[in-house]
Design a protein around this ligand. Structure first.
Ligand SMILES: [Zn+2]
Ligand SMILES: [Zn+2]
Length: 336
């Protein structure tokens, strides 16, 4: 099969022909339909994951079809369309795994970083960690839902966003745009915080009632003037300081949730936090049940990201564009 292999930190992706893997006990062989190119794939190549195993096939926004199953696998059956995500597997017996919070398992493994992922025609995945695709969900456009969608949906949920909440989303990239759409669809009121006014029209078209351009306006008072502030601020920008700048815009008992972050430390004013019982949390992608809910919600509300289908040989260029900040929309490798 054709595969793109990461051979080490700062080494170029290597496009090659490798043997198609065979599923072992508890595993399934997935013929890959599509795999999204995620910002964390760039992080892998830049050495941001000290636990990475090289060589590795990157990619964790996978959709495909089960083509073979290993010993002892009674589900999912051959022919089932599935998605696979950042969480490759976990120990299965710690307190977090038993609670269905496998993404918090101290022994979790990450797809495309320590186990081969979706930059290939086939992948061996764990039967218990793939998610069946709801009927009618386009498997190519849906690929980024396995990571960007899951992160946005679960971030809103973990922060307690619900119908009628005032939700501010920082950033209008892949995660931010999906977070705006999910928040609107759950019935929240939505504000968008972005550096420039460039995204204002599209934010309003998606249903945002307030747009704050931080190069013109301090976001904290602007959000605080929005009926006493945001109940939830979801940071989808790759900047920690952009998130910290909105803390004063939270309503009492409000929550700032970091889905995006930068390398700079998080510095927060403590007095308003204490006086208003503010919450600051971070949220990784999610567990298998979170992905099921994300996909069901996306299918019900017709929420799919804007994507550009590319071939496997175009991945190095797509990663370069992402690194240079010139990428528009999400690139998705299509194997069909
Ligand atoms: Zn565990
Ligand atoms: Zn990702």
């Amino acid at each position: 099969m054709r595969a793109a292999v990461a051979t080490g930190v700062n080494a170029p992706l290597f496009l090659t022909e490798v043997d198609t893997p065979a599923p072992g006990p508890g595993e399934v062989l997935v013929k890959i339909t599509a795999c999204g190119v995620c910002f964390s794939d760039l992080g892998l190549l830049r050495g941001h994951y000290p636990f990475a195993r090289f060589p590795v096939v990157p990619g964790h926004e996978i959709t495909g079809v089960i083509t073979a199953v290993g010993d002892g696998v009674s589900w999912p059956e051959v022919g089932t369309p599935v998605g696979a995500q950042f969480l490759y597997d976990s120990c299965g017996h710690c307190d977090y795994c038993v609670r269905g919070e496998q993404i918090l398992c101290p022994r979790k493994r990450i797809t495309g970083i320590v186990a081969d992922g979706g930059y290939a025609e086939y992948a061996v995945l764990k039967a218990g960690y793939v998610t069946p695709l709801p009927a009618g969900l386009d498997p190519i456009a849906a690929a980024p839902l396995m990571c960007a969608g899951l992160t946005a949906f679960n971030g809103l949920r973990q922060a307690g966003a619900t119908a009628g909440s005032r939700v501010a989303v920082i950033g209008m990239g892949g995660i931010g745009t999906l977070a705006i759409r999910y928040a609107v669809a759950i019935g929240a009121r939505v504000a968008v915080v972005s550096r420039s006014r460039r995204g204002e029209e599209s934010a309003k078209a998606l249903g945002a009632e307030l747009f704050v351009a931080t190069e013109e306006t301090d976001p904290a008072p602007a959000l605080k003037a929005w009926d006493d502030g945001a109940n939830v601020v979801l940071n989808a920008a790759p900047s920690t300081s952009a998130a910290a700048a909105t803390l004063g815009g939270l309503a009492p008992d409000g929550t700032l949730v970091l889905c995006g972050y930068g390398s700079e430390p998080l510095e927060l004013p403590t007095m308003p936090m204490v006086l208003n019982r503010l919450h600051v949390m971070a949220s990784p992608s999610g567990s298998p049940h979170d992905l099921r809910d994300t996909l069901a919600f996306s299918a019900t509300h017709g929420i799919l990201p804007d994507i550009t289908p590319i071939g496997l040989d175009q991945v190095p260029a797509a990663l370069e564009a992402m690194a240079a900040g010139t990428a528009h929309g999400r690139s998705v490798i299509s194997f069909t």
